[in-house]
Each structure stands twice: as C-alpha cells, then as structure tokens.
Design a protein around this ligand. Structure first.
Ligand SMILES: [Zn+2]
Length: 319
C-alpha cells in the first residue's frame, strides 16, 4: 500500500498529546483526504452473509483510479489490548479468539479477532490523522458500531469508533462528538459512550430496523433521530441536518463519523431513499464546520458503495 506524502502543515500550537481547536479552513486546499486501509480486511467472507468484501475492493479500486480528489493512503496503526479494553471487557476479547459463531449475523470467521483489531487500528490511524488536521477515512472491515462492551453483534466484533473516541479523550481532547449516519442504530457506540461526560453521540437511523434500539434519547449525552422506513429524501435529509445542528451546538473539538452508506435508496438492507448527492452534502456540511474530523466505514451494502464513498469524501474535502 503506497503511503502518500502529507502536505498539510501542522499548526505550531498543536502539541503531540493534546488536541487543540485546529481550524481546517487554515489549511492549504491542495491537501488530501487520507484513506486508511489494509487489503486483508477483504480477506474473509461467507456465502450466507450479506457482507461482501468485493464492495470494499471495488471502493479501493475506484478511489485509486479517480483523478478528481487527491487522496493519500496509510495503513492501520497497531493496537494494544490496553486501548481496546477501555471499551470492551477482557471476557469479550477472550471470546473473540474462540472459533464459535456469535449469532447468525455475526459468524466466527477464521482470524476474525485479527481483522477486528486491524479495523480498530484503522480508526486509530484516522484519529491520528485528524489530530494533524487531515480529513481521514478508515476504509476497513469489519464495521463496529453494534459491538457492545461484552458482545459482538450485527457484523460487528469490536467497536472501532468508540475505542478511538476513548483514545481521543485519553489523549486530551476536551469534547468529542460522534455523528452516526449509518441507517442502523449504533447501539454499541451508544452503550459504550453513555455517561462519558466529554463524549456525545448523535445517531440518525431507520426505526424500526436492526437492532430495534434508538427510538429515544438516552442519558444526557446520547441523542437519537429515528426515521420511519420509506421516508422521503428531503425529509430524511432534514433530520440529518437537525442532528448536525444539535452536534454543532454541543461545540465539540473533534468529530468522529460513523459513516454508513446504507440509507441509500438502492441499499438491500434498509428502506430509505438517500442518493449519492446526499452523501456529498453530509461530507460538505461537516467539512464546513472547520472542526477536526475522522470517519470510519460502518455499512453500505449496495454495489454503488464506491460512488457513495467518493461523493462523501469529495464533500468533506470541499470539492
Ligand atoms: Zn448499517
């Protein structure tokens, strides 16, 4: 995997262990979106399961071939158990090493613990890039936002974004907000970040839908925006905008995106109506906030995933 040169300058006020309010608008515009990936994340699949590595392989291919958006590439960072254990129990980590299915949606693939750890490493690398003022996207499998402290569920084994958020808080980020636009409720992220006073969680998702949670706000830091199946595009987008306004009002120093592309009109797993330009709009709206941001891929099961990811990244980069 070629590792691209980083062209963005790092502001002098930026310290290695602390976050500061990095204004992305200050950066030269010929900078790139950094994509973090490891092709081994496409190395497991099951015929009976809707997760298809070909969608990721094709997304990588499209991103490598396109000329419109300069991107740089990086690999996941190695991850210590100590970091994972901020979000998960020791028993869950031990269970992950056992070759037994968790449930019908979450099979025990060979080496799934390694794949899941690499996926966490992708989120951590994306976080590190965001610390340096780059827009970063971890394009890895498995996804993570359903995994709770003690449980793998819904294609998810470890919760990459929650681990990265806890790492950011530990590294000195004053306030971190998660914006989860995957069409399924990020129940695991909510469960892990609930009552974390410096973290907040904003999730827009179809309800009723998997896993059936997310119909109301929880605690004083988890905000849910359920959308009925078959909601029109315009209305869905207004809910996304409302959630983003609430996120903005929380004045975060860092935004973590659970980027799912399964509210797409032709996604086989949900019944929503978004189009590629809506993902462009999400990226653009968040990019304009001028707050450091990193994203991790959560979902998206249509063959159009490569187009949706590129649209989102172009929006984020302001192109
Ligand atoms: Zn999803």
């Amino acid at each position: 995997m070629p590792v691209g040169r980083v062209r963005k300058r790092v502001p002098a006020a930026f310290g290695p262990a602390k976050f500061s309010s990095v204004n992305l608008a200050d950066y030269a515009h010929n900078s790139r979106v950094k994509i973090i990936t490891d092709e081994r994340c496409t190395g497991y699949e099951s015929r009976a399961h809707p997760e298809r590595p070909a969608r990721i392989a094709k997304s990588l291919e499209k991103l490598r071939a396109q000329k419109e958006l300069p991107v740089s590439w990086a690999e996941p960072l190695p991850v210590e158990d100590e970091i994972i254990l901020r979000a998960h129990s020791q028993a869950h980590l031990a269970r992950l090493a056992q070759p037994e299915d968790f449930d019908g949606d979450t099979p025990a693939y060979p080496n799934i613990a390694e794949h899941a750890r690499r996926s966490v490493g992708g989120a951590l690398a994306a976080l590190e890039a965001a610390r340096k003022g780059e827009s970063a996207f971890s394009l890895m499998r498995p996804p993570g936002h359903h995994a709770t402290r003690d449980q793998a569920m819904g294609f998810c084994y470890l919760n990459s974004i929650a681990i990265a958020v806890l790492q950011a808080l530990d590294g000195g980020a004053p306030k971190v907000a998660v914006y989860d636009f995957d069409v399924h409720h990020g129940n695991g992220t909510e469960a892990i970040l609930l009552h974390q006073p410096r973290a907040s969680f904003f999730s827009v998702h179809q309800h009723p839908c998997y896993p059936g949670t997310g119909s109301r706000n929880v605690g004083n830091n988890c905000f849910n925006y359920p959308v009925a199946p078959h909601t029109g595009r315009k209305e869905y987008r207004s809910v996304l905008a409302h959630a983003l306004e609430d996120l903005k009002a929380s004045k975060p120093d860092l935004i973590a995106l659970s980027a799912g592309f399964d509210a797409y009109a032709r996604d086989p797993l949900a019944q929503e109506t978004l189009e590629a330009e809506d993902y462009y709009w999400i990226g653009q709206t968040i990019g304009k906030l001028a707050i450091p941001v990193f994203a991790v891929l959560e979902g998206g099961y249509s063959n159009d995933l490569p187009v949706l990811i590129l649209a989102f990244l172009k929006g984020l980069d302001g192109r």
